[in-house]
Design a protein around this ligand. Structure first.
Ligand code: SF4
Length: 375
């Protein structure tokens, strides 16, 4: 694992404090989406299919920092959309770093060279650059040739300037295990500090619905990849070993959607980063009034195939604290890539999917029109 000792210590002591206070639910990573606008249109993206008026919305600096304070999570992942399109992104990052929170700035890298002087290297700051595989895989994933080369150049530049740099890799059902393993070797050669890898979530609004992984193919794919890297020990992942163990089918986990609460221009998103089924006005309202039992694998049809890090990493981290010897065994021996898999959560009681996207979009558009009329 590539998570620095300072971060492990701070996150570990935060979890201990929450447990000592008897808190059942607490956030680990704030997912901050200050805008939905992007300079790419990836086939598997479920975040950019909004009317122009919504894509033009920005969470201002003050609202971003208020969300960080309100939530209190020790880690903030800034996503989007493309965060480097936000005019106040430098102030957002420096404001979060000043609070001694660990910031992951997710970007496709296209604007990194232009914006890099807005940022300073810090143990609290990490570039998280989107790369879904080698040149052919990534350019296909983002539906534009040349993006891989620009992202790799961005990685090199950020490393030269002394920044911590991770890659953020989403895999789909056309991923070939050997190519992914070779790609991980390539990014290791680039000096990347950590790899975040996850199966893609089957966003209902994503243009390409053919290439999302189901649970069985996810587990088989991750076993095949990790087997080629000594159970994953050959690479530095910025994720817990138990999350990788879960992806390889060795753990039966329910998700922890409140572990990665999400703040967007709509408000606090229910129930998680992947599903926008409703919005709360405050973080407290999100935590206290969301009907959490209605979501998760086995509870809701839209959750059936989800194994995404934003839902399950918090489960794995909590399990690491609860069962440190099991986690240490995975760290020492690597992820098990053969033998029987852990049982699945039963799906027979799940409630059917509800489709509420248009309703939320309509409400937001009315709100925007009213604000414009008032102005
Ligand atoms: S399984 Fe959990 S994290 Fe995944 S979509 Fe459902 S509620 Fe969100």
């Amino acid at each position: 694992m590539s998570i620095p000792a300072l971060q492990k210590w701070r996150v570990g002591s935060y979890i201990m404090r929450q447990r000592a206070a008897g808190r059942e639910r607490y956030p680990l990573v704030l997912m901050l989406e200050p805008l939905f606008r992007c300079n790419l249109a990836c086939a598997g993206c479920g975040k950019i299919d909004y009317p122009e008026d919504i894509l033009d919305q920005r969470l201002p600096l003050a609202d971003c920092l208020a969300a960080v304070d309100e939530c209190g999570a020790p880690v903030v992942s800034i996503a989007g959309g493309e965060p480097l399109l936000h005019k106040e992104i430098g102030g957002i990052v420096s404001g979060i770093v000043a609070r001694k929170k660990f910031v992951y700035l997710c970007t496709n890298g296209l604007l990194l060279e232009k914006r890099i002087d807005l940022f300073k290297p810090s143990p609290y700051f990490v570039w998280s650059i989107h790369l879904d595989g080698d040149q052919e895989m990534h350019d296909r994933s983002v539906c534009q040739p040349g993006v891989y080369v620009r992202a790799v150049n961005a990685i090199r530049l950020a490393k030269q300037r002394g920044f911590r740099v991770n890659i953020n890799c989403t895999l789909f059902n056309d991923a070939d295990a050997k190519r992914v393993a070779d790609f991980f070797d390539t990014v290791k050669g680039l000096g990347v500090d950590g790899i975040t890898v996850s199966p893609g979530y089957a966003y209902e609004r994503a243009p390409d619905q053919q290439h999302f992984l189901n649970r069985t193919t996810t587990k088989t794919l991750f076993r095949d990849i990790l087997r080629r890297g000594d159970g994953g020990k050959r690479w530095s992942f910025s994720q817990s070993g138990l999350f990788l163990d879960f992806l390889a089918g060795n753990q039966t986990y329910a998700c922890t959607p409140w572990g990665n609460p999400t703040r967007t221009v709509f408000g606090w998103q229910r129930p998680c980063y992947l599903l926008g089924e409703g919005y709360a006005a405050t973080f407290r309202e999100l935590m206290e009034e969301t009907e959490w039992d209605r979501y998760g694998t086995g509870n809701y049809e839209k959750c059936a195939d989800c194994m995404v890090h934003s839902g399950f990493e918090a489960t794995a981290v909590n399990d690491t604290v609860r069962r440190p010897l099991v986690a240490a065994n995975v760290a020492l021996r690597g992820v098990k890539t053969d033998g029987a898999m852990a049982p699945e959560l039963p799906l027979h009681g799940q409630r059917p999917a509800q489709y509420v996207f248009s309703k939320h979009v309509e409400h937001k558009l009315i709100e925007i029109r009213k604000a414009k009329a008032g102005a």
